[in-house]
Design a protein around this ligand. Structure first.
Ligand code: HSE
Length: 399
């Protein structure tokens, strides 16, 4: 038997909109109360004391910065609770989270999730499934933290013929590269990103580029109006970069960034090139601007021209800002569906960029762009100039 949790925190200044929301069966069930989940819970409790009906956690005894003393340990019970109309999934990963999202959709409940792994691997069919059961699936927080890029692509730019989308999509790696530029050690910078709540529970998802590839697949699906999953996105991480690589860029006025970009091919506009890679970016380029855990997403449209979205890309409160906006949209029944794209899956080819080759006694930038799965071959080609020390892409919009 479900008991309505005792709410210890109330707001005397609940906004009118939130008061109206509670006139229907509008309970929210929160699954997971870690970095993002606890920020979501705090904000929902501020909005209206009756919105949040249940919070499911694995370990109810773990200390949390949330004024709530009646945690549930069975997340399936929370999903099934008739008082819960909106299920907010903040568990992450594709195991338990996937099962719970499926169950919520099967029961016709609105789902809000920050889960980029799940959306990037199964989003297209989950959206179709939701369209069949009368559920809705919202995932603004899955990409870019507080930056409203999912809604912008799905709605404001729905009529746009997008030529390119992407940029700096991972806050943790940006934080680490930024710190390395200031002289910090890689390991210490990554530990600090973990402490600040930017990194994934397994930070290899950040440093190996999986997180950015997931986000890119989500953006590419929305931008190119096709079902898109991250499996085919070429991916390189930052794990092998050295202080020398950072220094070599700084000497040339370039910064190292982990870029995630999908674009129509320069030679074949029907083909989409996509990839995640560390790359040098000239200091004046918009992709060089993010500091710390910030992200930047650039959308180049045939008619709209270049649009740049920038802001806080990771962290509890920034991500919760996007989650709670989706919750409000679900409660108000706004933008009922994000598009469930149909048709063939988007097939991508490796992104191409010119590369800086550094060898003993010199360096050069390749005159032509190189597909990013050919960097090792490029090192061999230029081996005749001397022992090759590093091959790093350069993103200057010239290619
Ligand atoms: N680990 C992610 C990042 C969190 O660093 O960007 C936000 O998705």
């Amino acid at each position: 038997v479900h008991t309505v949790p005792r709410v210890l925190c109330s707001s005397e200044t609940a906004p009118l909109a939130a008061t109206r929301m509670t006139e229907r069966v509008n309970g929210i069930g929160l699954l997971g109360c870690g970095t993002v989940g606890s920020s979501v819970a705090r904000r929902l409790l501020e909005l209206h004391p009756d919105l949040l009906r249940a919070i499911a956690v694995r370990d109810p005894l773990k200390p949390r910065a949330v004024d709530w003393n009646d945690f549930d340990v069975d997340p399936f019970e929370v999903v099934d609770d008739p008082a819960v109309r909106v299920v907010v999934e903040c568990i992450g990963g594709v195991g338990l989270a996937r099962e719970l999202v499926l169950r919520a959709i099967a029961r016709g409940k609105d789902v809000v999730t920050a889960n980029k792994d799940l959306i990037a691997t199964e989003g297209p069919w989950l959206a179709s499934f939701a369209a069949r059961t009368g559920a809705t699936l919202r995932y603004e927080a899955a990409v870019g933290g507080a930056i409203p890029i999912v809604r912008a692509l799905a709605s404001s730019l729905a009529n746009e013929d997008v030529l390119e989308v992407g940029g700096v999509l991972n806050g943790t790696t940006n934080f680490v590269l930024d710190a390395m530029e200031k002289g910090a050690d890689y390991g210490a910078a990554l530990a600090e990103a973990q402490r600040l709540g930017f990194a994934e529970s397994d930070p290899r998802a950040d440093v190996d580029g999986h997180d950015a590839a997931h986000k890119l697949a989500i953006l590419a699906g929305l931008a190119f109006h096709r079902p898109s999953v991250s499996g085919g996105v070429l991916r390189r991480g930052i794990g092998e970069l050295t202080a020398d690589d950072v220094r070599a860029g700084a000497e040339r006025g370039w910064q190292l960034k982990l870029l995630a970009i999908a674009r129509r091919g320069a030679h074949d506009g029907a083909a989409i090139e996509a990839g995640v890679t560390p790359a040098y970016v000239p200091a004046e380029h918009p992709f060089a601007r993010p500091r710390g855990a910030e992200n930047v997403v650039r959308v180049v449209g045939r008619r709209a021209g270049t649009l740049t979205f920038a802001g806080t890309g990771a962290g509890g409160d920034a991500t919760a800002s996007a989650v709670v906006a989706d919750v409000i949209a679900a409660l108000e029944n706004r933008e009922r569906h994000l598009p469930a794209h149909v048709g063939d899956d988007l097939v991508t080819q490796p992104l191409r960029a010119r590369v800086l080759v550094r060898f003993d006694g010199g360096s050069l930038v390749t005159p032509e762009p190189v597909p990013l799965d050919q960097l090792e071959a490029t090192a061999l080609v230029y081996g005749a100039h001397g022992v090759v020390r590093a091959v790093v892409p350069l993103w200057d919009d010239a290619a």
